[in-house]
Ligand binder design. Structure first.
Ligand code: FAD
Length: 434
């Protein structure tokens, strides 16, 4: 509930500039600084899309372990332009870059620190702690409408707050940032304390780690697909994703992160089991950590074998089905995977190309169906299926696997079998995006 009487800001003394500490307090996660050391474009310049490989140095961070399949959460910075546009609408006295501000709340008759945000300058709060790019919710619009002084602004805001359909189509068409909203409704007079207490928190973005700790010992790699689109049905201004644009432009500097365990997306403990990895676009990300891990395990084993005549590591086949638009343009990590196929680390890589000139559109689920015999054989051996990418693709792959099962048994049994794959932890999904 927003009650202006119950909140205030005070300027506090002291040094409060540890961003990781601030984010740790807000999100209750152990946030650590990882240093971005390099970035490389993975797609051909001709591609309409861009995916980048980001390398982060993790040597300085403490107490962490991760496994192939885990996620890295990255806390981005909001665009300076959007922050400045919002700050220009606030009381000049509050805009000081030196003042560290603490929000306080009135509890009974005493002012106490409001724990939602740590003390910070207004710029830090708007850049690092608050979400200023997701279109404001109806709840926030309602509060803003009470602060608009012009009748026209009040009426339009009133319509957006009362009519969900109107709100949804406004949101979809303009996808407005908080700054855009303030500019669309210039008569809104808003206070700093309102912003600091009512805007949602800027959430970390998750990325599937694209490296194995055994291979890239002091680094974490990410495969990041850059978000860039035009609003207003493709005719409006270009918008970029907060975190992807941040990772794409960040100079070599530390960025706050934490590792998230992805318990149900780890490689099978029994390495002799075959694996099918299905991914499209940046959905290839976790599989790079799998193949790096496998290559290292084979190398370690080969060395041991030479020394002790040990029995070789019995690795199950590892097959990648990768969906992208065009071969040679969007087929990222192709050099790496073909080298591993020739070394026998990867058994096969199949491409599903959706925009290959002169060829019919093909999606990963189509390739899975073409490789039906292999799927059935791998599953009969207790093999694992890993699926990574957007929800539409993941649905299509589920359906294809069910169809494959159905071709060998009754519909009822195939449904049961699929449920069994899920229950036994043999079918893994890492789904992001819509
Ligand atoms: P944001 O600023 O958050 O903007 C994205 C939003 O913009 C979308 O939600 C949508 O509302 C809007 N939008 C996007 N495109 C359009 C459009 N064309 N028209 C209108 N609106 C649009 N991403 C990777 O690249 N690699 C990974 O390995 C990866 N792994 C992930 C793992 C998990 C478990 C999860 C949950 C997500 C993963 N993601 C991955 C996605 C990632 O977390 C971010 O969501 C993504 O990078 C976008 O972040 P952003 O801050 O750049 O975009």
């Amino acid at each position: 509930e927003w009650n202006p009487e119950k909140f205030r800001t005070t300027v506090v003394d002291g040094v409060f500039n540890d961003l990781c500490e601030g984010l740790t307090k807000i999100h209750k996660k152990k946030v650590q600084p990882y240093r971005v050391t390099s970035r490389a474009r993975l797609q051909h310049n001709n591609s309409e899309r861009q995916t980048i490989l980001v390398r982060l140095d993790i040597q300085k961070s403490q107490d962490f372990t991760y496994e192939p399949g885990d996620h890295l959460s990255v806390f981005p910075t909001n665009s300076i332009n959007i922050v400045n546009r919002i700050m220009s609408r606030l009381n000049p006295a509050d805009r000081s870059e030196r003042n560290v501000v603490q929000v306080e709340t009135l509890v009974v008759d005493r002012w106490q620190p409001y724990q939602r945000l740590p003390p910070s300058t207004l710029r830090t709060a708007l850049s690092r702690y608050l979400d200023i790019t997701t279109p404001p919710s109806i709840r926030v619009l309602k509060l803003l409408s009470a602060m608009a002084t012009n009748k026209e602004d009040q009426n339009r805001l009133g319509v957006l707050c009362e009519d969900v359909k109107e709100y949804e189509s406004w949101k979809k068409f303009k996808y407005p940032t908080f700054a855009d909203v303030l500019e669309e409704f210039p008569s809104i007079h808003m206070t700093t304390v309102f912003l600091l207490t009512q805007l949602p928190l800027l959430q970390p973005r998750y990325y599937s780690i694209s490296s194995s700790p055994a291979f890239a010992k002091s680094e974490i790699h990410l495969t990041v697909s850059l978000v860039k689109f035009r609003t207003k049905d493709g005719k409006g201004p270009v918008r970029v994703g907060v975190c992807t644009s941040y990772l794409d432009s960040l100079p070599e500097q530390e960025t706050p992160c934490f590792i998230r365990n992805a318990q149900n997306f780890h490689m099978p403990a029994d390495r002799s089991l075959p694996i099918i990895m299905v991914g499209a676009g940046s959905g290839i990300a976790p599989f790079r950590s799998f193949w790096q891990q496998r290559e290292m395990e084979i190398q370690v084993q080969e060395k041991k074998e030479l020394n002790n005549n040990e029995v070789p590591l019995n690795c199950g086949k590892m097959v990648l089905i990768f969906g992208c638009r065009q071969f040679g343009v969007d087929s990222i990590y192709e050099n790496e995977t073909s080298r591993l196929v020739s070394k026998g680390v990867l058994h096969k890589v199949y491409y599903a190309l959706s925009r290959e000139p002169g060829h019919k559109k093909k999606y990963v689920q189509d390739v899975l169906k073409e490789k039906k015999k292999m799927v059935i054989k791998f599953l009969s051996l207790g093999g694992h299926v890993y699926v990574c990418g957007d929800a539409v693709m993941a649905d299509g792959v589920r359906k294809a696997v069910k169809d494959i099962l159905r071709s060998t048994m009754s519909e009822e049994d195939s449904e049961k079998k699929f449920e069994e794959l899920l229950d036994k932890g043999l079918y893994h999904e890492d789904v992001f995006g819509v």
